[in-house]
Design a protein around this ligand. Sequence first.
Ligand SMILES: C[S@@+](CC[C@H](N)C(=O)[O-])C[C@H]1O[C@@H](n2cnc3c(N)ncnc32)[C@H](O)[C@@H]1O
Length: 336
Amino acid sequence: MRTSLVERRSVERLLLLVGALRAGLIDALAGEAAPAGEAAPPSEEALSPAQVAESAGTDPRATRVVLAALAAEGIVEEEMGPDGEARYRLSPLGRAHLVVEGPDLERSGLIHEVNKLRGWLELPEVIRTGRPASTGMARQDVRSRALAMGERDPAVLAEVIDRCLTYAGPVRSMIDVGGSVGHLAREFARRGVKTVLFDREEVLPIAREFLGDEADTLTLLGGDLTVSLPPGPFDLVFFGNVLHIYGPPTNARVVREAFRITSPGGVIAIQDYLWGRGREAAMFAVNMLRSTDDGEVWTEEQHREWLSRAGFTEIEVADLETAGSQLVLGRRPAGL
Ligand SMILES: C[S@@+](CC[C@H](N)C(=O)[O-])C[C@H]1O[C@@H](n2cnc3c(N)ncnc32)[C@H](O)[C@@H]1O
């Protein structure tokens, strides 16, 4: 059989899943309808295409065709009803990945992936002009991106936290700059660290919703990190996947500001892709090209320069074992 450069069926599989999610078919199968981006409570009953269509408010013929495709993809299970008509229920795989809160949930992540494709479709224009295709994000896209961040792999979060604490020693206070919905910040709060989650004002309501009662265990602050950071001081100032959004002059300025709010003896930690240290960095840089004004993937040398010029010492760079990205660490000297 001929091999292809691209696994085309996985592109269609992604669009099928997100189409079914967005049209409400998955939630109709799972039980009562849930607001976009939220998981519905489980239902075990197998439903006919007509029942699913009625519950989702969709076209019966299209619903029947899509349900059969979801069955072929293993997302739903098909059985014959007493009338000889097919009935469908979510498979354990579909439920774990699209509905149930847990380590496998990737509902918002898949929706965010499809949102990103809009920008990728404009790539020829981006290459011609060197500018991102469209600026500004629709409200629902901000929401799915934030919730997609909340679905980050728990193993990666655990490794990042362990490495930060091993390097830093005891941490009494920390700020997660660009921390999105607080998926990492809450892990620090759970360990008794006085934690600030800092992100754009519009992300904070989504973070409150994601964190539920745990939101009260953190301080949530809104603002623009390129303008100023909350005063601190903090024993740990953390940037996760943020500096790739901005260009070197902005990053140098933000790192100087980070030094100002780090306690003497405290630590800066930057999780990001570093150019040339893994396969994923180059592709990720194209992602930034299509979505930001001057974001990209920056080198280890650039990170070292930003940190050392700001006054950080003992700079270390580690490749994460659980992800294709790196962790850059530096210390504000105790006497400064
Ligand atoms: C790619 S997400 C990373 C989220 C999280 N740190 C992680 O690694 O999972 C980048 C986050 O930075 C936030 N952000 C980007 N620019 C910002 C700015 N100028 N001020 C505040 N937050 C910003 C975004 O809203 C978003 O939540």
